[in-house]
Structures are given as C-alpha cells and as structure tokens.
Ligand binder design. Structure first.
Ligand code: AMP
Length: 401
C-alpha cells in the first residue's frame, strides 16, 4: 500500500509517494511554472538499493487540473504507481485552516466548504490547494483524503499571544488575528529534537527556527506552540528572501501619502521587493554569503540584519517560554548556513547559549548538535521533512477514522 502527498502551490505542484508501512519514499516530483506555455515536470524514482532514476518532461500545464494528470502519468510511466485508486490515502497540504482546524482531518464536503471560506485569508494558496483536492477526489473517489493545515500547529497559542491590539470587533467580525504558518515543519522538528535528545517533548521548551525562502520562529512549550512570528499572513516576523517581516505599519501610510503608491503597490513592495532582496538585490542566502565574504557591503548588511532580527526573536521567545532547553535550526538556510547560525547565536552566551564553531561548520543529512559542552541550551540542526510529516499524519487520521 502507498500514500501520496500533494503540495499544490500557486504555480507549482510538489508530490511524494510513500510506501507503507515504513513510509519509505518511493518517488518524488515537482511540476513548476504551471500556467506558462512550457512547464517543467520532474519525477525522481528511488529504488530499494537507494539509487535514483529521473524522468523529465516539458509540457504545457495550463492549470492544476492538468498538473495532477501529468503527475499521474509520470507516476504510471515510472512504474511507481499503476492506478491512483490503489493508494491507501492522499495527504494534502493546505496552507490556511483559520480557526476551524486544529488538527488534520479527513476531507468531506464540509471541509471543502470551510477551506473555501478561508480563501480571503490565503488568496494565493487555498484555491490551489482546493483544486488539488477536488481533482484528486475526482480521480480517486474511493481513496481517503486528508487535509493537513500549515496553521493548525499554532492553534494552541493563547489569545493574548494571537490577538493584535486592534479593536476587538476586527477579530470577531473579520477574523483578524495571528495564525502563523510552517506549522507542519515546526511540529515535526520539535518532535525530532525531543527524539534526538531522548527526552519527552512534554518536558521541553523549544525555539524552532524555520529559515527558508519564507522564515518563521515558533516557541514550543511541552509540544504546544505558544507563539510564532508569522501573523495573519506570512509577511510578519523575521526578515525573509523578499518579505520585509516586522515593520512600523505607519510606513505604509507614509509611503501612500508621499509617493502615491496604492494597496497593490504596497503589497508587492513588502512581499516581493523587500527582505534580503530589498537590502542587497539578492534573495538567495548562498549568493549573499558569497558576496559578503568577497566584501560586498550591502550583502554584509543584509546578512547582519537577517541574523539580528533572528536573535531578537530568540530573546523574545526565551522570555515567552520562561527559559529554553533547545534551539532548532531548520529549512534551507537553517540546515545549511553555518554563518547564519553563528551570527544569530553570537552574544547570547550569558543566556546559556554557546555554539561550538567546529561542530557548527559540519554538514549532515540528519539531526546533529552544534552547542559547546558548557552550553546550557542544546542547539540542534534538524532537517525538516514536511512531506513525511504530512504522510505520517495522513496515516494516523485514516487509522483513527
Ligand atoms: P527553502 O525555502 O527551505 O528551500 O530554503 C531556501 C533558502 O535556503 C535559500 O535562501 C537558499 O539560498 C538557502 N540555502 C540552501 N542551501 C544553502 C547553503 N548551502 N548555504 C546557505 N543557504 C542555503
């Protein structure tokens, strides 16, 4: 039996096929640039011996409906899956579950309606997620399908943490509040950290730092999230590739008045032209690190700002948690950038956070620790695996149904 995990983005479809019962990855694929005339589609097939075989195709994929057909073709052609109805389940990543979903759920019409209602909160993502679900349900109507929400893990944040200091009616009527994102990743790496430390998650205070193109921090107490840096949307919090993260909201009124920028201009400015890119023109941390090493002042500034913001969140979450046992770095930057880990922990020695430079310079494909022997706080690098987490939760929901 097999489980398929689908992650439909606004113009992409990621998918991964897992074998049961051990949830071994059988195939992994990506279709990009959906909507363009030519959309690259790729499938990597993994065999028992650990070798890989890649199937590539460039085809016109006008929309997600077609993308799912191309995915099914690739899976059939590779031999990984002969018929979509042979699956034990399909797990769907859904970005926004609002306040309606605190955990993964078996999808039925009422779930679809609730996800649809949440579109205004995630106008780019929820429609793509919904199409993915609908098409998968049409093609595999006997296969149980599960929605796993990016926001669900953060539903344990208390009201004083998730409310903005705006008129309360805006929360009641417009649902304006902090939701947070990357929840599947934060939940997964917190669990992996407890496993690595051989300690029950229930007894740990963890600060999880998911640093990829999008970046967020979460304060996790006994396995429950008590605060996170992203808000109503993924724009708030840390500095990201192209997103500003925190700023004085009055900057928007100022810019609108002084420059005539309208809502859409400001949206583009903050989401697409800011962050690392806004400061140094680049949004890829590898390029920025190389430029900074070569003496590029703007790249150095972007890197310093990124790490300073991160350090402020670590400090804030130590206060929120009343002390921290473990800091986890994950995501493309968190897992790979020794300089970001070093700069964001620098100066926190008096708080018991001491990095070991040599350990930090290492690279592994699995969880490893980078704290010095005299550090009171464990500092871990944990590779995230959102697809595996979705597959695991999908199986749990189906088994409990
Ligand atoms: P993600 O969104 O998790 O795929 O992460 C993407 C980010 O990870 C990009 O900013 C990449 O530059 C960054 N990244 C990936 N590999 C490295 C690396 N070896 N060193 C620094 N940053 C990296």
């Amino acid at each position: 039996m097999k489980i398929l995990v689908l992650n439909a983005g606004s113009s992409s479809l990621k998918f991964q096929l897992f074998g049961l019962p051990d949830l071994r990855v059988l195939a992994s694929g990506l279709i990009e640039q959906i909507g363009d005339e030519q959309s690259p589609a790729r499938l990597i097939l993994f065999d028992d011996a650990g070798s890989e075989q890649t199937l590539k195709r460039t085809t016109a994929v006008a929309e997600h409906r077609k993308a799912i057909m191309v995915m099914a073709d690739l899976l059939r052609e590779s031999g990984a899956m002969t018929d979509i109805n042979e699956l034990a389940g399909i797990g769907h990543r859904v970005v926004h579950g609002g306040e309606a979903f605190h955990e993964p759920v078996l999808i039925d019409e009422s779930v679809l309606a609730a996800v649809e209602e949440l579109i205004p909160l995630a106008p780019l993502h929820n429609p793509a997620n919904l199409t993915g679900i609908r098409v998968a349900m049409e093609h595999a109507d006997t296969v149980p399908q599960v929605a796993v929400f990016d926001t669900a893990f953060h539903q344990t944040i208390p009201d004083y943490g998730y409310l903005y200091a705006l008129p309360y009616t805006l929360y009641e009527e417009q649902k304006v509040r902090r939701y947070g994102f990357h929840g599947t990743s934060h939940g997964y790496v917190a669990g992996q950290a407890a496993h690595y430390l051989s300690k029950p998650l229930a007894g740990l205070n963890i600060i999880s730092l998911h640093l990829g193109n999008g970046a967020s921090a979460a304060a996790v107490q006994g396995g429950n999230c008590i605060d996170t840096s992203m808000g109503l949307t993924p724009l708030e919090g840390l500095i990201m590739g192209t997103r500003s993260g925190d700023l004085d909201p009055a900057i928007l009124f100022y810019l609108a008045r002084e420059t005539g920028m309208d809502m859409d201009d400001l949206d583009t400015l903050l989401n697409k032209q800011s962050g690392l890119k806004g400061i140094c023109g680049e949004n890829d941390m590898r390029t920025i690190t190389e430029l900074a090493e070569q003496g590029d002042q703007q790249a150095r500034l972007a890197l310093t700002m990124f790490c300073y913001r991160l350090k402020k969140y670590i400090g804030a979450y130590i206060a929120a948690l009343g002390g921290v046992d473990c800091i986890v770095f994950t995501g493309g930057i968190g897992e790979n950038s020794a300089i970001v880990r070093q700069m964001s922990c620098q100066g926190l020695e008096r708080l018991g956070i001491i990095l070991d430079t040599e350990k930090n310079a290492q690279r592994h494909n699995e969880t490893f620790e980078i704290q010095a022997t005299d550090s009171m706080v464990s500092i871990l690098v944990v590779p995230t695996d959102e697809e595996l987490a979705i597959a695991t939760q999908t199986m749990q929901v189906i088994n409990n149904a």
